[in-house]
Design a protein around this ligand. Structure first.
Ligand SMILES: CC(C)(COP(=O)(O)OP(=O)(O)OC[C@H]1O[C@@H](n2cnc3c(N)ncnc32)[C@H](O)[C@@H]1OP(=O)(O)O)[C@@H](O)C(=O)NCCC(=O)NCCS
Length: 161
């Protein structure tokens, strides 16, 4: 979804957004982050964003930037707004920033069974680096995924990691 063609806006995730974010979070994950987890994180790092349609929060991305590496820790889209390109817009935004700040690599973990997220990341050129056995509380494995940040590429147009 090209953001410039729409009324969507991306803004830094702040305490004012937490109520709406938590509602999407609880609707999206069986092991959702707590309010305090979000709150502590946004106090420490200013690298998380929400996407709004008018005044309504419809998705968010939480990331940690250390040296030249980014770790995407959380991304979710309102259940009723999926397959509209919202997560893609958030990833485009993240990669645009990453390029502007000369970051080199993006990493994330995803549940092996999470076909939607795996589809999204595959489309973004993330490649599987390995498996973290029993990474999640219920014992499910996580796939570790990686993509390099390249100066010229744009989000889903990437050719691969
Ligand atoms: C994963 C998630 C964030 C995707 O958000 P989204 O806004 O629906 O994603 P997009 O519309 O940008 O999808 C972009 C592409 O990703 C892939 N994709 C997205 N959802 C998919 C699905 N359910 N099945 C297969 N591929 C999917 C497709 O290639 C899609 O392109 P297309 O719609 O043109 O086919 C969303 O499903 C979600 O919030 N899930 C619950 C939370 C979650 O699992 N987060 C990821 C944790 S690692």
């Amino acid at each position: 979804m090209p953001l410039e063609d729409t009324s969507y806006q991306i803004a830094e995730l702040t305490a004012d957004h937490l109520h709406a974010v938590l509602s999407i979070e609880r609707d999206s994950f069986k092991d959702p982050w707590s309010l305090s987890a979000f709150r502590n994180f946004i106090v420490l790092y200013r690298t998380s964003w929400v996407i709004l349609d008018g005044s309504e929060i419809i998705g968010y991305i939480v990331s940690q930037w250390v040296l030249d590496e980014i770790h995407v820790l959380n991304v979710a889209v309102h259940k009723q707004r999926r397959r509209e390109g919202i997560a893609s817009a958030l990833l485009d935004f993240l990669f645009d920033r990453a390029r502007a700040q000369k970051m080199s690599d993006v990493y994330l973990e995803v549940r092996e069974s999470n076909e939607a997220a795996r589809g999204l990341y595959a489309r973004y050129g993330f490649a599987e680096l390995g498996i973290r056995k029993s990474y999640y509380h219920d014992g499910e494995d996580a796939l570790v995924m990686h993509r390099r940040v390249r100066r010229s590429d744009r989000g889903s147009d990437a050719e691969g990691a």
